[in-house]
Design a protein around this ligand. Structure first.
Ligand SMILES: NC(=O)c1ccc[n+]([C@@H]2O[C@H](COP(=O)([O-])OP(=O)(O)OC[C@H]3O[C@@H](n4cnc5c(N)ncnc54)[C@H](OP(=O)(O)O)[C@@H]3O)[C@@H](O)[C@H]2O)c1
Length: 260
């Protein structure tokens, strides 16, 4: 592998890595040579994911905790920092969605989505940055969404959380850049994972979305791994505060159901 893409000797954390996009990000970062801590709440699914990746010869470790719990975020980074003596890469991938028309929206839903999608990543960035600034190097990567640059109906808390995460990414890029730590966002479009179980169950939904995407299909989870591995590497050294959209062209184009 070209040296600038290598993550050999580096320590990484990927949250929400027991399945879906996070699993593929963890796999790609580990394949590039890093030791990767995979996190999630569900310890059993996490253990299975780690066992599968170890079976592929990768250096991975399970770390189960709920990132909606502030103390757990602080403790997790402290424990990994103490065990490894450094932390090079944090991928804030774990996230949740909630479908609620505004008139039926509950305050508890807002708190749950914000606690998971923004407060957790914020605390993890804060704690990770302490280690990264001390070593003069680090990569913070927040996973947004096409909903970090556009809006949709009935998922207001989710859209707000991802826009907020994009803002946080830019603020941290400004504050930490001078200290050798970059902060960027990877924003996925529509991918076939569990988070979309609700909408995929709606008749015609999958095909309807595909019809709006120039590539004509949903993304496969393994199509985000290489992008995040690049963002985690020295190859992205001059990229900071950037939102990198990976959506088959959905948000950059008009695909209309009429010719011309
Ligand atoms: N799939 C898409 O089409 C799509 C599109 C745009 C953006 N995204 C974003 O990409 C990220 C990953 O999505 P995905 O589709 O891979 O989702 P997913 O298949 O539902 O997986 C979510 C992961 O996050 C973990 N997680 C959820 N809440 C957590 C918490 N409180 N503490 C710790 N871990 C938690 C889950 O494990 P446990 O449940 O065991 O905790 C799981 O490992 C999310 O931020 C999502 O918003 C996805």
């Amino acid at each position: 592998m070209t040296e600038i893409f290598s993550l050999k000797g580096q320590i990484a954390i990927v949250t929400g890595a027991s399945r879906g996009l996070g699993y593929e990000m963890a796999r790609a970062v580990a394949q590039s040579g890093a030791r990767v801590y995979l996190t999630a709440r569900g310890a059993n699914q996490l253990a299975d994911a780690v066992a599968t990746l170890r079976g592929q010869g990768l250096d991975v470790v399970a770390k189960a905790f709920d990132l909606a719990e502030p103390d757990a975020c602080v403790q997790a980074i402290a424990e990994i920092g103490a065990a490894e003596g450094r932390l090079d890469i944090l991928v804030n991938n774990a996230g949740i969605n909630a479908w609620e028309p505004l008139a039926e929206a509950k305050s508890a839903t807002w708190d749950r989505v914000m606690g998971t999608n923004i407060r957790g990543p914020y605390l993890l960035c804060r704690e990770a940055a302490r280690l990264m600034v001390a070593q003069g190097y680090g990569r913070l990567i927040n996973i947004g969404s096409a909903m970090a640059v556009a809006g949709r109906e009935k998922i207001t808390a989710y859209v707000a959380s991802k826009h907020g995460l994009a803002g946080m990414t830019r603020a941290l890029a400004a504050e930490l850049g001078p200290k050798g730590v970059t902060c960027n966002m990877m924003a996925p479009g529509y991918f076939l994972t569990d988070i979309n179980t609700t909408i995929l169950a709606r008749p015609g939904y999958e095909r309807g979305v595909s019809g709006r995407i120039p590539l004509g299909r949903w993304g496969n989870p393994d199509e985000v791994g290489g992008v995040v591995a690049f963002m985690a590497s020295k190859a992205s050294s001059y990229m900071n505060g950037h939102v990198l959209v990976v959506d088959g062209g959905l948000t950059e184009t008009f695909v209309l159901p009429v010719d011309g």
